[in-house]
Design a protein around this ligand. Structure first.
Ligand code: NAP
Length: 333
């Protein structure tokens, strides 16, 4: 199975094995459709997919998934994978290069293990927070460097935190962090914010929030966890440092929405715009769920919900298409 090089036919191909993809695999299995999940970072060991989970694997503890008081992200990922596999959805460790839409609507998913074909595809390829790329960022990720206030904020009770960025996410998440932090310093590389004025107003009114503008972070330091950021004022060139217990970085998110070879409607930030009833994109038979989708927030719970809707809708879509094709060929006879 894992070594297949040949072209294969399915009803639904699920691209990506984060919480949205694993939920889609679970529902597809229970719906008894011929489905396959493709996960680039996974590996098949003794017939079972390991290493799926997407952003769950970058999250230490998850305490906001209903029904589970507290769980390691990696544990939740493996439980979701095993649960989906139990219902029969095939899972392949494969990296998707491109999704072609043929003239008859068939989707051809090109992977490093060959081509797969299906009428419907659910894209759950997620994305990645944009990185600053400064010394200390990668080394201290998970020990003071975070890209998710909702996931990690509660671990910084009483701390002075730095938030990097000047968009909606930085200001909104900075305000959220004041629930836990003693002080939140928003560090932005320009003197003007990209964030909406109402958010800036709210931040300026909040006594726990202060700003350092026209300034970039040059390094994040500390051992074994974050204790300081080194700063440079881009106007004066002045160097300084700020003692902090954590650094939350919100300088944009890069959704993996570049796979389809035809136009798919997306918003200004590149996220797929979907029908809220079905999660279908502007391309018939291509559905999207989780972090690739344009929506208010990106949580495990929303990814799971999106994927449930997308899979039920995709199943109905595939069945309806098969009915139409059968009716068409009966008419032709
Ligand atoms: P964004 O709007 O693209 O803002 C990114 C911010 O990071 C900008 O201020 C940018 O600075 C800064 N930045 C980028 N690269 C940087 C670097 N290397 N070093 C330092 N700073 C850097 O991203 P976002 O805030 O994640 O929002 C993404 C989209 O989601 C936006 O459309 C936003 O409106 C939406 N969103 C909406 C809400 C809401 O409506 N409540 C909440 C969150 C997100 P410059 O300004 O100088 O370019």
């Amino acid at each position: 199975m894992a070594d297949r090089e040949a072209e294969r036919e399915y009803d639904i191909i699920i691209v990506g094995g984060g919480p949205a993809g694993l939920t889609a695999a679970l529902y597809a299995g229970r719906n008894k459709v011929r489905a396959v999940l493709l996960e680039a970072k996974g590996a098949v060991v003794e017939g079972a997919l390991m290493g799926a989970g997407g952003q769950l694997l970058n999250t230490e503890l998850i305490e906001d998934y209903p029904g589970v008081k507290s769980i390691l992200g990696s544990d939740l990922a493996q439980i979701m994978t095993d649960q989906a596999a139990q219902f029969g959805t095939e899972m392949i460790a494969a990296s998707v290069g491109r999704i072609r839409v043929e003239p008859d609507g068939t989707k051809v998913v090109e992977t490093d293990r060959g081509e797969l074909r299906a009428p419907a595809v659910i894209i759950t390829a997620g994305g990645n927070p944009r990185k600053l790329g400064v010394p200390g960022e990668a080394e201290l990720a998970g020990v003071g460097v975070s890209y998710c206030a909702v996931c990690d904020g509660a671990f910084f009770q009483g701390a002075h935190l730095a938030v990097v960025g000047g968009g909606d996410a930085a200001v909104e998440e900075g305000l959220f962090l004041t629930r836990y932090a003693s002080r939140v310093t928003i560090i932005h590389r320009r003197g003007e914010f990209r964030a909406q004025p109402i958010l800036i107003h709210e931040a300026r009114e909040n006594p726990k929030v202060d700003f350092i503008l026209d300034t970039v972070v040059e390094a994040i330091e500390g051992a074994p966890k974050v204790s300081r950021v080194r700063l440079r004022n881009v106007v004066t060139g002045e160097l300084s440092s700020l003692d902090v217990g954590g650094v939350f970085i919100f300088v944009g998110f890069l959704p993996n929405t570049g796979l389809v070879d035809t136009h798919v409607d997306h918003d200004a930030a590149g996220y797929y715009v979907t029908n809220p009833m079905t999660m279908e994109t502007s391309v018939p038979g291509i559905f999207a769920a989780g972090d690739v989708r344009s929506q208010l927030t990106r949580q495990v719970t929303t990814a799971v919900g999106d994927a449930t809707t997308a899979t039920i809708a995709a199943t109905k879509w595939v069945e309806e298409r098969a009915r139409r094709l059968r009716a068409g060929s009966a008419e032709a006879r």
